[in-house]
Ligand binder design. Structure first.
Ligand code: ATP
Ligand code: MG
Length: 368
């Protein structure tokens, strides 16, 4: 199987090759639980140019339980972002949240008949996925041959009502959804675009959003584990509101290093530190559960992204706990900035844009 065949084709089933080989503009849209991130890019996937960028907040009720709940609010937010950024493309690459996705590896005998390959995968998927296949959107990626000469295939399944809630809201906003990806894989593409991975290295990618962390462990540049932890920056907001009596808006200012009223930074740190420590413990637990360093190579480094990655002290505390270098990823390291994009805005918000950049960079390395 060629690499191109082995790539996820997009949950909507349409090949993305056509879309990108022409290098025309595309909208990458990350609908998070706290905000919507929109980028317009052009250029080939491995060499993307950022044309426009925007981020708009969402009320906490708009996206819940991995579903769009308030279609009007989300569609209007997307429409406003398109207007505000002046984006002209209409075709959208988006992602469903990792916790909504079922990911399984299956093995097929080598020499599997290419003509019936889809059918064989469907049969195995019926056994592996704990949902009736009529209710899920299914995609797969051939990973390669195992030591026992079996074909290893990654299955990715999402309940149709979840995919439909994301595609419907994009249509409601007057746009055309063409690819639905998963944030774990977008993160991997963001990393592949911006970093050179040494063959033997094991790297942890951890995107810390508002309500959950996505984790993708890459070994020799290939995803070895994906998973999530249901903790994010919204917990920090709650802690500050509860302990210091501040409003949600004030809590956002405090999280970003500011102050409110006569609160001193030492009081703010004292309130925030136990919550940050809790997050560090949870990430440590997940990484050590899924990556047993005694049996395999140790993690070489962890790259943090997502809005909450900017929390003061988080990277340092995680590095101390993991005894591994931890750095905040730069999703723009190898992205060309177009003439009109607000460079200061995108650099300031770069960590929040990690998934969105990964969506824009889909199929890095596929030249066909
Ligand atoms: N400078 C900052 N310091 C600390 N936290 C920040 C900063 N800027 C943004 N955040 C927090 O980052 C979170 C938003 O990050 P992000 O955009 O990655 O989340 P999301 O995609 O909306 O959430 P999710 O993916 O969990 O649904 C919010 O909780 C916000 O308060
Ligand atoms: Mg997110």
């Amino acid at each position: 199987m060629s690499k191109a065949q082995g790539r996820l084709s997009g949950l909507l089933g349409r090949s993305v090759r056509d879309l990108f080989s022409r290098s025309r503009g595309v909208l990458a849209l990350d609908i998070g639980s706290s905000c919507v991130k929109l980028l317009e890019t052009d250029g080939p996937p491995g060499n993307i140019r950022l044309l426009t960028a925007g981020i708009a907040p969402l009320p906490p009720t708009a996206v819940q339980n991995n579903l769009i709940q308030d279609f009007d609010v989300v569609a209007e937010t997307i429409r406003d972002l398109v207007k505000q950024t002046g984006a002209r493309s209409r075709e959208v690459v988006t992602a469903v949240p990792g916790p909504a996705v079922m990911i399984k590896k299956i093995h097929l005998p080598s020499g599997s008949d290419e003509a019936n390959f889809d059918q064989q995968v469907m049969v195995e998927a019926g056994n592996a996925i704990p949902e009736h296949l009529d209710n899920v959107t299914l995609d797969y990626q051939v990973l390669g041959y195992t030591e026992r000469d079996e074909l290893e295939v990654l299955l990715v399944a999402v309940k149709k009502d979840i995919v439909n809630s994301y595609t419907s809201v994009i249509r409601d906003a007057g746009l055309v959804p063409v690819i639905v990806d998963v944030d774990y894989f977008a993160l991997e593409n963001m990393f592949e675009l911006n970093y050179d991975l040494e063959e033997s290295h094991v790297v942890g990618l951890v995107n810390v959003g508002a309500r959950y962390c996505s984790i993708n462990i890459l070994r020799s540049g290939r995803s070895s584990f994906t998973g999530d932890i249901p903790v994010g920056g919204a917990e920090f907001t709650d802690v500050l509101m509860r302990n210091l009596g501040v409003s949600p808006e004030e809590a956002e200012v405090l999280k970003a290093g500011g102050t409110a009223g006569d609160l001193g930074r030492d009081q703010i740190e004292a309130a925030l530190t136990p919550a940050v420590q809790f997050l560090v413990e949870e990430i440590h637990r997940a990484l050590s559960f899924y990556w047993r360093s005694d049996a395999e190579e140790p993690l070489s480094a962890v790259y943090l992204s997502g809005g909450t990655a900017r929390t003061a002290g988080l990277a340092r505390m995680l590095s101390e706990r993991l005894e591994t270098p931890v750095e905040v990823a730069d999703p723009l390291a190898r992205v060309t900035l177009g003439r009109v994009v607000d460079a200061e805005f995108v650099r300031r918000n770069a960590t929040s844009l990690a998934v969105t950049i990964g969506l824009a960079a889909r199929r890095v390395g596929d030249k066909t």
